[in-house]
Design a binder for this molecule. Structure first.
Ligand SMILES: NC(=O)c1ccc[n+]([C@@H]2O[C@H](COP(=O)([O-])OP(=O)(O)OC[C@H]3O[C@@H](n4cnc5c(N)ncnc54)[C@H](O)[C@@H]3O)[C@@H](O)[C@H]2O)c1
Length: 410
């Protein structure tokens, strides 16, 4: 919902657990709570009429919202689903027409019946989404295994070829080609001093570094650079911190390395305390996930799980303070391999050497893989990186004209 406010939208989310909804409201992630469907419809119509920017949480089942908005003719421009469908049978997804407490009882006492209710709801959910998209809604899979579980439940979500889903994952349509293939991903840092003023200083450093890089960036990544500069400049006023003094910012290989070096210099000068770098696993290189992070790799290799392992080993050798390799993040156990790292910057020369070596690999390992899959943007990015880093040699994929292959006769 906060992202919706940042992007100037009217946002409606449904949350079946009243405690979770109240908590998110108290923490400022959503503006208004509504627990009555008629009141929700009225409030949305009012917001539309007044061209408001507002985020509303409906306390109830999301399927009711999709169905009612269809009946009441409320047009949804952009829709997705963010229930925890990576965990469908133990409370990640609640069935419609059954109270929250009764659902929890079913999970404990009648798990098989609960499973049937979840699958029936998924079919209804998919039908409601299909009706909206027929009216023009853009629907995308958020990477929570909605389409995967809906398909397993027998929901109408498959494309005509019976292999792909009807709807793209947001990585296929948006994030892959616009961000991951160019190396932009969720670079993250934590100010270990716990001081908000250290975070302010790092925000300012990051904005300054990105503005300098943007002045010399190619046309292809101007928008990404501008979006991220706007993001980091507004980060404090958007109040995104709830615990550690931490920030996340989409940056490419050059951006991550230059920002990290500037942090290390500031630590060396005593301006800020030590900083730990990391990133989300939802990134260019760290994760093999055919239904999410690697879903826009179309050469058949998205069902392999080697990149995350290469990444973790490479990051370990190149100076990460710690690395992790795990399974299940986002789309569920058995569906994905995730790798991660942490790197402590203490202002030393050795930290500078390590950050340059590791961040270069951490991002470009994934760009190489994406360019081997012949993703146009990744091909552009890896050639740029090789021009900037003469010691980096990545084999470029041959472009094959399918026509020639089709016409070959033996
Ligand atoms: N694409 C990404 O970058 C990304 C990032 C984070 C999480 N995810 C995925 O998104 C999903 C959600 O993540 P989260 O951290 O918000 O999880 P969460 O469990 O904190 O939130 C999901 C909420 O959905 C509610 N819910 C379940 N069924 C519902 C229903 N039928 N109607 C209304 N509300 C319902 C639950 O009560 C819960 O509070 C997970 O599968 C996660 O893996 C994707």
């Amino acid at each position: 919902p906060k992202a919706g406010n940042i992007a100037d939208c009217i946002t409606v989310c449904a949350e079946v657990n009243p405690k979770a909804a109240i908590k998110r409201h108290e923490q400022g992630w959503v503006d208004e709570l509504i627990d009555n469907m008629d009141a929700l419809v009225e409030r949305v119509r009012e917001a539309q009429a007044n061209d408001e920017v507002v985020s509303i949480a409906f306390i109830g089942n999301v399927v009711d919202v999709w169905e009612t908005f269809y009946e009441k003719d409320i047009f949804i421009h952009l829709g997705s689903d963010q229930t925890s469908l990576h965990n469908p049978w133990s409370g990640g997804y609640y069935p419609v027409d059954i109270s929250y407490d009764e659902s929890n009882r079913l999970i404990r006492e009648e798990p098989e019946l609960f499973k049937v209710k979840v699958q029936d709801t998924l079919k209804r959910h998919a039908d409601a989404v299909n009706k909206h998209t027929a009216r023009g809604t853009y629907f995308f899979d958020y990477g929570n295994a909605f389409l995967l579980e809906a398909s397993r439940a027998g929901g109408d979500v498959m494309a005509e070829n019976g292999i792909d889903f009807k709807y793209p994952s947001y990585v296929q349509d948006i994030l892959g080609p616009m961000c991951f293939d160019y190396g932009f991903g969720p670079f993250r840092w934590v100010c270990t001093s716990g001081k908000p003023e250290d975070l302010d200083r790092t925000d300012a450093i990051a904005a300054e570094v990105l503005s300098k890089i943007m002045a010399e960036s190619p046309e292809e990544i101007q928008q990404q650079m501008q979006d991220n500069i706007t993001w980091i400049k507004d980060a404090k006023q958007n109040k995104l911190v709830v615990g550690s003094q931490a920030r996340i910012l989409y940056a490419d290989s050059q951006g991550r390395m230059e920002i990290a070096k500037a942090f290390n210099d500031a630590i060396n000068r005593g301006e800020i305390g030590p900083v730990v770098l990391g990133r989300d696993h939802h990134d260019v290189s760290g994760t093999d996930s055919p239904f999410r992070e690697t879903s826009n790799i179309y050469d058949g290799s998205r069902f392999t799980a080697d990149m995350a392992i290469h990444n973790v080993i490479g990051d370990g050798f190149r100076g990460a303070t710690w690395v992790s390799i795990h399974n299940g993040g986002g789309v569920g156990w058995g569906e994905v391999i995730n790798g991660g790292f942490g790197m402590l910057l203490d202002g030393s020369e050795s930290a500078e050497r390590r950050l340059k070596s590791m961040l270069l690999f951490d991002v470009n390992n994934g760009i190489a893989r994406r360019s081997w899959a012949r993703n146009k943007e990744a091909n552009f990015a890896i050639q740029r990186e090789m021009a900037r880093t003469p010691k980096l040699k990545v084999t470029l994929a041959n472009q094959v004209d399918d026509d020639i292959i089709d016409k070959l006769t033996f």
